[in-house]
Ligand binder design. Structure first.
Ligand code: THU
Length: 132
């Protein structure tokens, strides 16, 4: 793991404290590294209409894109658990959209699992599939 990887995990842990999760009580934090070098953190934000929930990963990715980042170099996600937290299918599809090449999954005990884009969502549906 690089120093940048460690910084991403630390930021994901920090913003996890801001998670709005009164329904699941499962707090998640994420952080992404933009091409500018800036790190953006995000937490899960739940809703009484459960399906409106936004996962931590998507919060962080959308913050980076909204700030003008055109490329995201890495993503870290952290939650409490026996194993490092695993991004949901919807977040994997968003990770595919922005072709994030390096994904770090961690828990609070600092167990870390690293994956490439192809490992996290093999054969993802992408804009190339829309070409006719
Ligand atoms: N959640 C995330 O934010 N990221 C993940 O990788 C897994 C799930 C959130 C969604 C919901 O608020 C809570 O965790 C329980 O599913």
């Amino acid at each position: 793991m690089t120093e940048t990887d460690k910084k991403l995990i630390a930021e994901a842990k920090r913003v996890r404290e801001f998670a709005y999760c009164p329904y699941s009580n499962f707090a998640v934090g994420a952080a992404v590294l933009g091409e500018s070098g800036t790190i953006y953190g995000g937490c899960n934000v739940e809703n009484a209409s459960y399906s409106m929930t936004n996962c931590a990963e998507r919060t962080a990715i959308y913050k980076a894109i909204s700030a003008g980042e055109q490329e995201i170099l890495a993503l870290a996600v952290v939650a409490q658990g026996i194993e490092p937290v695993s991004p949901c299918g919807a977040c994997r599809q968003v990770i595919a959209e922005f072709r994030i090449p390096h994904i770090l999954m961690a828990n609070l005990a600092d167990d870390v699992r690293e994956m490439t884009l192809e490992e996290i969502i093999p054969g993802a549906f992408s804009k190339e599939n829309l070409e006719q």
